[in-house]
Design a protein around this ligand. Structure first.
Ligand code: ZN
Length: 47
């Protein structure tokens, strides 16, 4: 079971517009950690 901790930030995917790599992070990032390119928030992963 996953704990429902109200202080746990949501993770979301960011996809780099430059190299296409995806980053799963709890933070709001403004650039790709791999190449420094612009990233786009593509949402929260769901199964
Ligand atoms: Zn990149």
């Amino acid at each position: 079971m996953t704990r429902a901790d109200p202080f746990t930030p949501e993770e979301s995917y960011y996809e780099c517009l430059e190299c296409g790599s995806r980053t799963l992070t709890e933070d709001h990032i403004g650039s790709c950690p791999a190449c420094g390119g612009e990233v786009r928030n593509i949402g929260v992963p769901r199964e």
